[in-house]
Design a protein around this ligand. Structure first.
Ligand code: F6R
Length: 246
Protein backbone atom coordinates (compact mmCIF):
# COMPACT_ATOMS: atom_id res chain seq x y z
CA UNK A 1 0.00 0.00 0.00
CA UNK A 2 1.33 3.43 -0.93
CA UNK A 3 0.47 6.12 1.62
CA UNK A 4 0.72 9.78 0.71
CA UNK A 5 0.30 12.34 3.50
CA UNK A 6 -0.41 15.86 2.30
CA UNK A 7 -1.18 19.12 4.06
CA UNK A 8 -4.93 19.54 3.76
CA UNK A 9 -8.18 18.51 2.09
CA UNK A 10 -7.49 20.58 -1.04
CA UNK A 11 -4.16 18.84 -1.56
CA UNK A 12 -5.79 15.43 -1.10
CA UNK A 13 -8.22 16.35 -3.89
CA UNK A 14 -5.50 17.64 -6.21
CA UNK A 15 -3.20 14.64 -5.76
CA UNK A 16 -6.03 12.13 -6.15
CA UNK A 17 -7.56 13.93 -9.15
CA UNK A 18 -4.18 13.71 -10.93
CA UNK A 19 -4.23 9.93 -10.52
CA UNK A 20 -7.82 9.62 -11.75
CA UNK A 21 -7.15 11.96 -14.68
CA UNK A 22 -4.11 9.88 -15.59
CA UNK A 23 -6.22 6.70 -15.73
CA UNK A 24 -8.82 8.51 -17.88
CA UNK A 25 -6.14 9.83 -20.26
CA UNK A 26 -4.47 6.47 -20.68
CA UNK A 27 -7.74 4.55 -21.12
CA UNK A 28 -7.39 0.79 -21.34
CA UNK A 29 -5.54 0.60 -24.63
CA UNK A 30 -6.85 -0.21 -28.13
CA UNK A 31 -8.90 3.00 -28.00
CA UNK A 32 -11.09 1.77 -25.15
CA UNK A 33 -12.06 4.29 -22.49
CA UNK A 34 -11.49 3.82 -18.77
CA UNK A 35 -13.94 2.26 -16.34
CA UNK A 36 -14.03 4.05 -12.99
CA UNK A 37 -15.48 2.97 -9.67
CA UNK A 38 -16.93 6.02 -7.94
CA UNK A 39 -17.80 6.76 -4.32
CA UNK A 40 -20.33 9.14 -2.82
CA UNK A 41 -20.04 11.04 0.48
CA UNK A 42 -17.92 14.08 1.26
CA UNK A 43 -14.45 12.60 0.77
CA UNK A 44 -14.29 12.49 -3.06
CA UNK A 45 -16.13 15.77 -3.74
CA UNK A 46 -12.93 17.80 -4.12
CA UNK A 47 -11.64 15.22 -6.62
CA UNK A 48 -14.79 15.54 -8.71
CA UNK A 49 -14.46 19.36 -8.62
CA UNK A 50 -10.86 19.16 -9.83
CA UNK A 51 -11.77 16.75 -12.62
CA UNK A 52 -14.78 18.85 -13.64
CA UNK A 53 -12.53 21.93 -13.92
CA UNK A 54 -10.21 20.01 -16.24
CA UNK A 55 -13.17 18.84 -18.35
CA UNK A 56 -14.54 22.40 -18.60
CA UNK A 57 -11.10 23.68 -19.57
CA UNK A 58 -10.78 21.03 -22.32
CA UNK A 59 -7.82 19.51 -20.51
CA UNK A 60 -9.57 16.20 -19.93
CA UNK A 61 -11.72 14.23 -22.35
CA UNK A 62 -14.16 11.84 -20.65
CA UNK A 63 -15.83 10.57 -23.83
CA UNK A 64 -16.62 6.88 -23.50
CA UNK A 65 -15.66 6.69 -19.82
CA UNK A 66 -17.90 4.40 -17.75
CA UNK A 67 -18.52 4.51 -14.01
CA UNK A 68 -19.90 2.14 -11.41
CA UNK A 69 -21.04 3.44 -8.01
CA UNK A 70 -20.05 1.54 -4.91
CA UNK A 71 -23.43 1.47 -3.27
CA UNK A 72 -27.00 2.70 -2.95
CA UNK A 73 -29.54 3.03 -0.17
CA UNK A 74 -32.42 0.57 -0.21
CA UNK A 75 -35.86 2.11 -0.46
CA UNK A 76 -34.98 5.59 -1.78
CA UNK A 77 -36.38 6.33 -5.23
CA UNK A 78 -33.73 7.23 -7.79
CA UNK A 79 -35.27 10.73 -7.83
CA UNK A 80 -34.82 11.29 -4.06
CA UNK A 81 -32.14 14.01 -3.67
CA UNK A 82 -30.06 11.83 -1.33
CA UNK A 83 -30.33 8.60 -3.32
CA UNK A 84 -26.91 7.76 -4.68
CA UNK A 85 -28.47 7.82 -8.15
CA UNK A 86 -29.11 11.54 -7.60
CA UNK A 87 -25.83 12.20 -5.81
CA UNK A 88 -23.76 10.52 -8.53
CA UNK A 89 -25.68 12.39 -11.25
CA UNK A 90 -25.10 15.77 -9.50
CA UNK A 91 -21.50 15.25 -8.46
CA UNK A 92 -20.06 12.96 -11.15
CA UNK A 93 -22.14 12.36 -14.29
CA UNK A 94 -23.08 15.97 -15.04
CA UNK A 95 -19.90 17.83 -13.99
CA UNK A 96 -17.61 15.29 -15.65
CA UNK A 97 -19.87 15.17 -18.74
CA UNK A 98 -20.19 11.39 -18.65
CA UNK A 99 -22.73 9.64 -20.82
CA UNK A 100 -25.56 8.77 -18.34
CA UNK A 101 -26.01 5.45 -20.12
CA UNK A 102 -22.47 4.53 -19.03
CA UNK A 103 -22.97 5.41 -15.36
CA UNK A 104 -24.27 2.59 -13.20
CA UNK A 105 -25.71 2.70 -9.69
CA UNK A 106 -27.35 -0.31 -8.03
CA UNK A 107 -31.15 -0.09 -7.98
CA UNK A 108 -32.12 0.09 -4.31
CA UNK A 109 -35.81 -0.15 -5.12
CA UNK A 110 -35.62 -3.32 -7.23
CA UNK A 111 -38.38 -5.81 -6.40
CA UNK A 112 -35.75 -8.58 -6.28
CA UNK A 113 -32.69 -7.07 -4.65
CA UNK A 114 -30.65 -10.27 -4.76
CA UNK A 115 -31.19 -10.50 -8.52
CA UNK A 116 -30.22 -6.81 -8.76
CA UNK A 117 -26.96 -7.54 -6.91
CA UNK A 118 -26.13 -10.41 -9.25
CA UNK A 119 -26.94 -8.24 -12.27
CA UNK A 120 -24.63 -5.50 -10.93
CA UNK A 121 -21.77 -7.96 -10.62
CA UNK A 122 -22.45 -9.12 -14.20
CA UNK A 123 -22.49 -5.52 -15.43
CA UNK A 124 -19.06 -4.84 -13.87
CA UNK A 125 -17.67 -8.02 -15.40
CA UNK A 126 -19.34 -7.16 -18.73
CA UNK A 127 -17.55 -3.82 -18.75
CA UNK A 128 -14.27 -5.67 -18.39
CA UNK A 129 -13.83 -4.79 -14.69
CA UNK A 130 -12.90 -1.54 -13.00
CA UNK A 131 -9.62 0.22 -13.79
CA UNK A 132 -9.58 2.50 -10.76
CA UNK A 133 -11.88 2.30 -7.76
CA UNK A 134 -12.19 5.48 -5.69
CA UNK A 135 -12.94 4.92 -2.03
CA UNK A 136 -13.67 6.89 1.11
CA UNK A 137 -13.51 5.36 4.58
CA UNK A 138 -16.20 5.36 7.25
CA UNK A 139 -15.33 6.46 10.77
CA UNK A 140 -15.92 2.79 11.73
CA UNK A 141 -13.51 1.55 9.03
CA UNK A 142 -16.09 0.61 6.40
CA UNK A 143 -15.42 0.86 2.66
CA UNK A 144 -18.40 0.98 0.37
CA UNK A 145 -21.06 0.03 2.87
CA UNK A 146 -19.12 -3.03 3.99
CA UNK A 147 -19.59 -2.55 7.68
CA UNK A 148 -17.38 -4.16 10.34
CA UNK A 149 -17.35 -7.96 10.13
CA UNK A 150 -17.96 -7.98 6.37
CA UNK A 151 -16.35 -10.95 4.66
CA UNK A 152 -13.24 -10.21 2.61
CA UNK A 153 -14.75 -12.48 -0.07
CA UNK A 154 -18.12 -10.70 -0.16
CA UNK A 155 -19.78 -9.70 -3.43
CA UNK A 156 -22.42 -7.06 -4.19
CA UNK A 157 -25.21 -7.69 -1.69
CA UNK A 158 -27.82 -6.34 0.66
CA UNK A 159 -26.41 -5.01 3.97
CA UNK A 160 -27.72 -3.35 7.11
CA UNK A 161 -26.08 -0.01 7.84
CA UNK A 162 -24.25 0.21 11.17
CA UNK A 163 -25.76 2.65 13.70
CA UNK A 164 -22.50 4.68 13.45
CA UNK A 165 -22.90 5.00 9.66
CA UNK A 166 -26.53 6.07 9.96
CA UNK A 167 -25.49 8.67 12.54
CA UNK A 168 -22.61 9.89 10.33
CA UNK A 169 -24.91 10.19 7.29
CA UNK A 170 -27.77 11.87 9.17
CA UNK A 171 -26.27 15.21 8.10
CA UNK A 172 -27.60 14.58 4.59
CA UNK A 173 -31.20 14.07 5.77
CA UNK A 174 -33.74 16.21 7.60
CA UNK A 175 -33.77 13.85 10.58
CA UNK A 176 -31.70 10.81 11.64
CA UNK A 177 -34.74 8.53 11.30
CA UNK A 178 -34.87 9.29 7.57
CA UNK A 179 -31.50 7.63 6.94
CA UNK A 180 -32.30 4.27 5.33
CA UNK A 181 -31.53 1.16 7.34
CA UNK A 182 -30.43 -1.05 4.45
CA UNK A 183 -28.23 -0.66 1.41
CA UNK A 184 -26.82 -2.50 -1.57
CA UNK A 185 -23.04 -2.39 -1.72
CA UNK A 186 -20.25 -3.83 -3.79
CA UNK A 187 -18.57 -6.45 -1.65
CA UNK A 188 -14.97 -6.39 -0.44
CA UNK A 189 -14.23 -9.21 -2.91
CA UNK A 190 -15.74 -7.09 -5.70
CA UNK A 191 -13.70 -4.03 -4.69
CA UNK A 192 -10.48 -6.07 -4.50
CA UNK A 193 -10.87 -7.04 -8.17
CA UNK A 194 -10.41 -3.46 -9.41
CA UNK A 195 -7.00 -2.98 -11.03
CA UNK A 196 -6.20 -0.06 -8.71
CA UNK A 197 -7.68 1.26 -5.50
CA UNK A 198 -7.45 4.92 -4.47
CA UNK A 199 -8.74 5.78 -1.00
CA UNK A 200 -8.90 9.37 0.23
CA UNK A 201 -9.62 10.74 3.70
CA UNK A 202 -9.36 14.07 5.45
CA UNK A 203 -10.10 15.39 8.91
CA UNK A 204 -9.62 14.16 12.46
CA UNK A 205 -12.85 12.11 12.45
CA UNK A 206 -11.08 9.63 10.15
CA UNK A 207 -7.77 9.40 12.03
CA UNK A 208 -8.60 6.28 14.05
CA UNK A 209 -10.03 4.38 11.05
CA UNK A 210 -7.07 5.40 8.85
CA UNK A 211 -4.57 4.12 11.44
CA UNK A 212 -6.44 0.83 11.80
CA UNK A 213 -6.61 0.42 8.01
CA UNK A 214 -2.90 1.03 7.45
CA UNK A 215 -1.17 -0.16 10.62
CA UNK A 216 -3.72 -2.41 12.29
CA UNK A 217 -4.15 -6.13 11.76
CA UNK A 218 -5.93 -7.45 8.69
CA UNK A 219 -9.39 -7.91 10.19
CA UNK A 220 -13.01 -7.83 9.12
CA UNK A 221 -13.55 -5.62 12.19
CA UNK A 222 -11.88 -2.92 10.05
CA UNK A 223 -13.07 -3.72 6.50
CA UNK A 224 -10.74 -1.09 5.02
CA UNK A 225 -7.77 -3.18 6.21
CA UNK A 226 -8.55 -5.33 3.15
CA UNK A 227 -6.61 -2.71 1.15
CA UNK A 228 -3.46 -4.28 2.66
CA UNK A 229 -4.13 -7.26 0.33
CA UNK A 230 -4.28 -5.23 -2.89
CA UNK A 231 -1.02 -4.85 -4.85
CA UNK A 232 -2.02 -1.45 -6.29
CA UNK A 233 -3.65 0.40 -3.42
CA UNK A 234 -2.92 4.07 -2.79
CA UNK A 235 -4.14 6.02 0.23
CA UNK A 236 -4.01 9.82 0.20
CA UNK A 237 -4.75 11.55 3.51
CA UNK A 238 -4.27 14.97 5.01
CA UNK A 239 -2.30 15.63 8.21
CA UNK A 240 -5.41 15.45 10.38
CA UNK A 241 -6.49 12.06 9.05
CA UNK A 242 -2.88 10.83 9.41
CA UNK A 243 -2.62 12.02 13.01
CA UNK A 244 -2.81 8.56 14.60
CA UNK A 245 -0.29 6.85 12.32
CA UNK A 246 2.86 5.78 14.17
C1 F6R B 1 -19.83 6.10 -0.30
C2 F6R B 1 -19.29 5.02 0.49
C3 F6R B 1 -18.81 5.20 1.89
C4 F6R B 1 -18.12 6.54 2.15
C5 F6R B 1 -17.74 6.65 3.62
C6 F6R B 1 -17.11 8.00 3.94
O1 F6R B 1 -20.25 5.64 -1.57
O2 F6R B 1 -19.27 3.95 -0.01
O3 F6R B 1 -17.91 4.16 2.20
O4 F6R B 1 -17.01 6.66 1.33
O5 F6R B 1 -18.88 6.48 4.42
O6 F6R B 1 -18.07 8.99 3.79
P1 F6R B 1 -17.65 10.53 3.79
O7 F6R B 1 -16.75 10.71 2.65
O8 F6R B 1 -18.95 11.27 3.63
O9 F6R B 1 -16.99 10.76 5.10
Amino acid sequence: MRVLIVENEAEVARAAAEQVADVIRRGRGAGRAAVLGVATGSSPLGIYHELAAQVRGDRLDTAGVSAFALDEYVGLDAGHPESYHSVIRRTVTEPLRLDPARVHVPNGTAADLEAECRAYERAIRGAGGIDLQLLGIGSNGHVGFNEPVSSFASRTRLKTLAPQTRADNARFFESPEQVPVHCVTQGLGTILEADRLLLVAHGTAKADAVARMIEGPLTSMCPASVLQLHPEATVIVDREAAAELQ
